[in-house]
Design a protein around this ligand. Structure first.
Ligand code: GAP
Length: 446
């Protein structure tokens, strides 16, 4: 983990947030390369969940959330972790995360600590203006269920997808970007007919495994955990967690829950008329019926299958998996990020052999511009004048292709293309570079 954190800082993937004022714990900023990697991961998820299917719509909702949403969802009462204080050093910990040095000390009895961040909306600070930063993106999907149905005429089964920030005041944030207080989630709420829920749940677990493998995580590094007993959330009939061997241990990367009719049943009006199966709080505040009519024109509340993945945990997993130290013999090594091409922050670096040669530099910019126009991702001109150093840098940040412009480029119209993983170099006619680039990025499943 230390090596990854150092690489992320040195190369501009991830920084401690608010660092110049001492930092804020549990918050991180994504740097120039981190934002590209993170966007690529999110884009890959959106493509697989929304674009490549015909049964999912997208959504982007507000982060500030009405307290009633989180009252009826159960978050106000149950979204808590047990908190203890160490009487010796005065620090507070989650009960199951007391550090070694405090384990022998006297601890207070655990008390429940709600993880939601509360704030106020508008110029008056009182109970009537209270709101929360959402602790998951899912709730805003449920409360927009009727809006989406009415505007798209969808029928079951169909899903609503959202990517966005969530906030949890974790008692002990830890392990770099694994457990943080502000993070992003990629959540799909997939609405199905009751009775078809178990089959859809199984299907989504399989789909999500395939997607993670396509992001570069080998199948044998992923495990399925069938959550049981007290670990099962109050809304869940059954949850399968996709676990990944992170640098600090085997931990949850994504959870796939069968949330039954709990969520729509909690937020709907006319609860009594709807034969809701889940145990929900009585709701007299909602003004929307969150139900659909079946073929017999009876109103039913759909069940929800929810694949919910953390973007930041995904970024950590793909970087960890890609991080490679390769032995080159003669006591030489190179560090490289073997990221899948679609995730690489920079797709190609165009490198003029000499930084002060106007003709070489101009040609490098021309090549960059013509590759950039395909919008496959970021292409840069790397004008350091040091080819060896440029190759090392781009290996370390996961750039799959380096294209070198030398004097042959001016005289014979050729460039040298170097592959990150094999280090193979080939000479290409400059007129064929665009097609080579397009072919190279078209042969990978995302
Ligand atoms: N809507 C369901 C839900 O939010 P969750 O298991 O609490 O379920 C889903 O969260 C995913 O969000 C987790 O699998 C994890 O990847 C990510 N996640 C949750 N808490 C996180 C935190 N404090 N820091 C980073 N990622 C987190």
């Amino acid at each position: 983990m230390d090596d990854l954190v150092a690489l992320c800082k040195r190369r501009g993937f991830i920084f401690q947030s608010n660092e110049i004022y001492g930092g804020l714990q549990g918050l991180y900023d994504y740097g120039p390369l981190g934002v590209e990697l993170k966007n690529n991961l999110k884009q890959s998820w959106w493509k697989s969940i929304v674009y490549n299917r015909d049964d999912v719509e997208g959504l982007d909702t507000s982060i500030l959330t009405h307290p009633d949403v989180l009252k009826y969802s159960g978050h106000q009462d149950t979204f808590t972790d047990p908190l203890v204080d160490c009487k010796s050093c005065g620090l507070r910990f989650r009960e199951d995360q007391v550090p070694e040095q405090c384990k022998g000390e006297e601890l207070t009895d655990p008390r429940e600590f709600n993880l939601m961040f509360e704030t106020n909306v508008g110029p008056v600070i009182d109970d009537s203006s209270a709101a929360y930063l959402r602790p998951e993106t899912a709730q805003q999907i449920y409360i927009n269920f009727k809006n989406v149905i009415d505007s798209t005429s969808r029928s079951l089964p169909f899903g609503i997808a959202q990517i966005g920030k969530s906030f949890r005041n974790e008692i002990t944030p830890r392990n770099f970007i694994f457990r943080v207080r502000e993070f992003e989630q990629m959540e799909l709420e997939f609405f199905v007919t009751p009775g078809e829920d178990d089959a859809w749940h199984k299907k989504w677990v399989e789909e999500r495994l395939v997607w993670w493998v396509n992001q570069g995580i080998p199948r044998d590094k992923l495990e399925l955990l069938h959550v049981t007993g007290d670990d099962l959330a109050h809304y869940s009939k059954s949850t399968v967690d996709i676990m990944y061997q992170f640098p600090h241990g085997l931990e949850e990367l994504e959870g796939i829950a069968n949330r039954t009719d709990f969520d729509l049943g909690s937020h709907t009006k006319n609860q009594k008329d709807l034969n809701i199966n889940a145990k929900v709080m009585e709701n007299d505040s909602s003004n929307a019926r969150l139900a659909v009519q079946n073929e017999s024109k009876e109103w039913i509340v759909p069940y929800v299958i929810e694949p919910s993945a953390g973007v930041d945990r995904g970024v950590l997993a793909v970087i960890n998996e890609a991080y490679t130290i390769e032995d080159l013999g003669d006591n030489k090594q190179r560090t490289l990020l073997k990221l899948k091409k679609h995730l690489s922050p920079i797709k190609a670096a165009v490198i003029p052999l000499k930084r002060n040669n106007d003709d070489l530099v101009r040609l490098a910019h021309d090549v960059k511009t013509s590759l950039q126009k395909y919008q496959i991702g970021r292409v840069v001109v790397e004008n350091t004048g040091n080819i060896g150093k440029s190759y090392r840098k781009h290996d370390e940040i996961g750039t799959p292709l380096c294209i070198t412009i030398d004097f042959d480029s001016l005289e014979k119209n050729t460039v040298t293309v170097r592959d990150r993983d094999s280090m193979e170099q080939k000479s290409l006619d400059i007129n064929n570079v665009n097609q080579y680039f397009l072919d190279y990025f078209s042969d990978e499943s995302e």
